[in-house]
Design a protein around this ligand. Structure first.
Ligand code: ADP
Ligand code: MG
Length: 613
């Protein structure tokens, strides 16, 4: 055995193994360097997914000849002036990226500082350096990386398709761009501009929202709650979506710590905690949150790629995120998302296009949804356009019409208009035994009775738990439910918790359960189905999660089997009671799974549908 120091080239390649996992990692390191250099514009070119060329051009402070020669040396950095790892104010600090990239690819650097009248360039190919030479260029730095991994061919095999690699790079640049709206970014594949984000000059908040809109979409901007909270010197700002705007995975959840995009389990967990009552556990809100934290309270030197951080006080950060979001959600409790009514309006438009003269010129132009000619519809339209019989002629009809415009309140008083203080209006009809249609002072509201009821049950149970417990109601004849043994065991293991929620069960031999009491507030319900579903829920959920913490799901299951589920006819009184209770209940705009409980169409939108505006 010979003990020796490894040659520099080898050391750099070993370091590259950690720093440069794929082309996107090179893009990340280089764009971060440009941001650290104070660039206002950063242009990225990626050819063949970055395998043949990655080029980053910036207008930052640039490097002198000496700096260019030094920057490719191992651990050469301008970013730790005080040798203090506890105060890191830049994205880079390890002085590793350029030498690592130079060890595994053909690296070219050209740069010019503000005060110099010539630029300088040099190259490193698989670890071999050339001398610096003068070159013409404007202020700033351009770094070209060609033939990535040519010196470490084993890595090449792990590259995915150019398209996939490019997507990774796009994602990296997007993340950095979200944190730096003041910088313009562009990315091209050598032929085509993939995106171009102009620098934003506005004040931080509007600039940030502009940038987030450009990257996360207009829908996010329209359905995002602004977040701004501070605790013990840690500030949290940014935007989080209303629960009604959610995704099937966490890809649209972004966290930034002191301007650095990070991936941290803490965020996912904190978000889950904050949205627990509003979203099913497999749905994810969209968020972009920015933590500003004293640099000595966070360690970014956890991994060479610097995408993980360690907080000195993780509980503080988690608590801050959860409470800020819960507050925002409480404030937004009654805001029905525009996603929903826009979607509804969008759905109307293709079918009814009032301004198209072609469609007005005759029934034959009307087509069904699938594009085929719909003769039935044409016939019905024809029927519709026949002159109406004189309504006034029938006193009965007039009576009916009048009655429809009025409503009778709880004291039997007849009113003509909808009082302003009924935001959800007065129930006019129930359709398909599922939707309550209400008239408000300036529009109509469509309530999904099942979803609304689910939310009300959830809030009632939550409230009861906070104030001494859920009232129970004994069953005259206890209900016996047959299950498999595993389900029985699972339910019995939670019997104590279920009792807190108002459901009293007992074991009745293997595979059988007796239900003795149910939550009084649920009224009549299908107990067998409820027990079976609860058993299924328990089988799926994490064992460690207490039912109280999973209240949204449990309540949803309970509500599902109680009286107001979809398919039940409601009378006027019941419908209005539902509306009034929704108004009085926080968070009633969404059901426990993040679906809206009602949508509102304003009169002016309805007028738009009919081309009146
Ligand atoms: P680090 O970013 O950790 O300092 P790098 O290897 O990425 O390490 O870069 C080394 C040094 O090269 C930086 O500290 C900086 O001084 C200089 N440098 C790199 N890229 C640029 C750039 N785009 N503009 C100006 N200076 C740069
Ligand atoms: Mg760097």
């Amino acid at each position: 055995m010979t003990l020796r120091l490894l040659p520099e080239t080898l050391v750099n390649r070993i370091a590259a193994g950690e720093v440069v996992e794929r082309p996107a990692s090179v893009v990340k390191e280089l764009v971060e360097n440009s941001i650290d250099a104070g660039a206002r514009n950063i242009d990225v070119v990626i050819r063949d997914g970055g395998q043949t060329l990655i080029s980053i051009d910036d207008d930052g402070m640039g490097m002198s000849r000496e700096e260019i020669e030094l920057c490719v040396e191992r651990h050469a950095t301008s970013k730790l002036p005080d040798d203090d790892l506890t105060h890191i104010g830049t994205l880079g600090f390890r002085g590793e990226a350029l030498p690592s990239i130079g060890g595994i690819a053909r690296l070219g650097i050209a740069s010019r500082t503000q005060d110099s009248d010539t630029g300088w360039m040099m190259s490193v190919e698989g670890g071999t350096k050339s001398g610096a030479e003068p070159t013409g260029r404007t202020k700033g730095t351009r770094v070209d990386v060609r033939d990535l991994f040519f010196a470490t061919p084993a890595r090449l095999k792990f590259l995915k398709t150019p398209r996939t690699e490019q997507n990774h790079a796009v994602e990296i640049v997007n993340r950095l761009a979200m944190a730096h709206p003041e910088i313009g970014f562009s990315l091209s594949d050598g032929n085509r501009t993939v995106f171009k984000l102009p620098p934003s000059n506005g004040v931080l908040f509007s600039a940030r929202l502009d940038r987030l809109t450009a990257i996360m979409g207009r829908e996010f901007a329209e359905n995002a709650m602004p977040i701004d909270a501070e605790r013990e010197g840690v500030r949290l700002s940014g935007y989080a979506s209303l629960p009604t705007l959610n995704r099937g995975n966490a890809a649209m959840q972004f966290l930034f710590v002191n301007g650095r995009p990070v991936r941290d389990k803490l965020l996912v967990g904190a978000l889950r905690g904050a949205y627990r009552d509003f979203l099913a556990s497999d749905r994810y809100p969209m968020v972009a949150l920015f933590l500003d934290i004293p640099s000595n309270a966070v360690d970014v030197n956890v991994h060479p790629a610097k995408t993980e951080v360690r907080f000195r006080d993780a509980a503080l950060v988690r608590g801050l995120i959860v409470s800020a979001l819960k507050h925002a959600l409480a404030d937004a409790g009654h805001r029905a998302s525009t996603t929903v009514s826009n979607a509804a309006l969008g759905a109307f438009r293709p079918a009814i296009s009032p301004l198209s003269s072609q469609q007005h010129s005759g029934g034959a132009a009307w087509r069904g949804r699938n594009g085929g000619f719909n003769s039935q519809l044409a016939e019905r339209l024809h029927e519709f356009h026949r002159p109406l019989p004189n309504l006034d002629a029938s006193p009965h009809a007039r009576e009916a019409a009048l009655q429809q415009r009025n409503y009778v309140d709880a004291d039997g008083v007849i009113h003509d208009v909808v009082p302003q203080d009924y935001p959800l209006g007065v129930a006019r009809a129930q359709l398909h035994a599922t939707y309550v249609i209400a008239q408000t002072s300036d529009g109509i509201v469509i309530v999904d009775q099942h979803a609304a009821h689910e939310r009300l049950v959830h809030e009632r149970i939550k409230n009861a738990l906070e104030h001494g417990g859920v009232a129970r109601q004994g069953l005259l004849i206890p209900e016996v439910v047959e299950l498999d043994e595993a389900s029985t065991d699972r339910l019995m293991a939670r019997a104590g918790e279920l009792e807190e929620l108002g459901l009293v069960i007992e074991s009745f031999g293997p595979g059988t359960i007796v239900v003795r009491e149910t939550p009084a507030l649920l009224g009549e319900m299908d107990i067998t189905a409820l027990i079976r579903n609860l058993a299924d829920d328990l089988a799926e959920s994490e064992d460690t999660l207490s039912l109280r913490n999973n209240l949204g799901d449990v309540c949803a299951t309970m509500a599902c089997h109680s009286s107001v589920r979809a398919g039940r006819l409601l009378n006027g009184e019941e419908m209005n009671a539902l509306l009034r209770e929704m108004e009085a209940t926080p968070h009633s705009g969404q059901c426990s799974h993040g679906r809206p409980t009602y949508v509102e169409l304003k009169l002016h939108d309805i007028e738009k549908l009919f081309g009146r505006r």
